[in-house]
Design a protein around this ligand. Structure first.
Ligand code: HSE
Length: 288
């Protein structure tokens, strides 16, 4: 049996740990079958091929949540680049949880997502849900609560361009630079942007969505890990983007605009001027 789990854009501007959307490319594929012992093979991007692999962690978590014994033979085609900000650990975590669920006949979405969040905890030190949830539903999703997990969904379908520089920022490291609390005016700005952005999405007003793609919560602290951010944003806006933001904890960035190919080329060009190669994905946001 096989499952495919898509990359996701977490945070989506102002929605730190809350917003996320599933995207068409890239994706992971996990082939699995029940076995006498755990076995993992990995093709594609390099990730651990032993019990540290988050697909194994979340598959075991699902088995433990339902009180079952389980061993699987897994073959992971790792298409989502690790430490890129595209929900790589979330995709593999969810794939592992789904593999265990299909094998054990578990259909409860909440259990599957809880198990997938354990994979995230293993990878990043925090069980954030804003990659595994949009990867599961494919829609634009809002995490209303993580314990218990409560989710709201907004079906979307629009073009997005993602540019992934050949740099790595592990989510764990990107979370370590964050403060324990933020000033009141930052919180007010985040609420204002986030609520307006959801309304703009519901109205299908993509230029407004783009203009609201600011992140006052995490980005000011994470910019030290992404000193190139202002330059690539400027390049995107010059190429006609409605807005650009960091995907998840970066370094991938994403932008909306009428001509995603042109925007992708401009952003990749800005990275290249700084001596950084990058990959451009022009894809769909919303794969539900
Ligand atoms: N919300 C998480 C973060 C997403 O920004 O740390 C990580 O992909």
């Amino acid at each position: 049996m096989r499952v495919r789990v898509h990359a996701s854009i977490a945070n989506f501007g102002p929605g730190f740990d809350v917003f996320g959307v599933g995207v068409g490319a890239p994706y992971d594929e996990l082939t699995f079958r029940e076995s006498n012992e755990w076995e993992v093979r990995v093709n594609g991007f390099s990730v651990p091929s032993d019990g540290r692999n988050v697909a194994v962690v979340s598959a075991k978590a699902l088995a433990s949540l339902v009180g079952e014994e389980l061993a699987l033979k897994l073959e992971l085609r790792k298409g989502v680049p690790p430490a890129g900000g595209l929900g790589s650990s979330g995709a593999s975590s969810l794939a592992g949880a789904l593999a265990a669920a299909r094998t054990l006949g578990v259909e409860d979405e909440r259990l599957i997502l809880r198990a997938a969040m354990e994979g995230e905890r293993h990878a990043a030190g925090s069980a954030h849900a804003d990659n595994v949830v949009p990867a599961y539903y494919g829609d634009f999703t809002l995490i209303t609560s993580t314990a218990p997990l409560q989710v709201m969904r907004v079906p979307v379908d629009f073009d997005v361009v993602i540019v992934l520089p050949h740099l790595k920022i592990p989510t764990r490291k990107a979370r370590e630079v964050l403060p324990g609390s933020v000033p009141l005016d930052t919180a007010v700005r985040a609420i204002s942007l986030a609520s307006s952005l959801v309304l703009a999405l519901r109205e299908g007003d993509l230029p407004a969505v783009g203009r609201l793609l600011d992140d006052p919560v995490a980005l000011p602290y994470r910019k030290r890990l992404m000193p190139w951010y202002d330059r690539v944003r400027e390049a995107a806006l010059e190429a006609g983007a409605y807005g650009l933001s960091v995907s998840g904890s970066g370094p991938a960035v994403f932008a909306l605009g009428e001509d995603p190919e042109d925007i992708g080329e401009a952003v990749a060009g800005a990275f290249a001027e700084m001596g950084v190669a990058s990959d451009v994905y022009v894809t769909r946001a919303g794969v539900g």
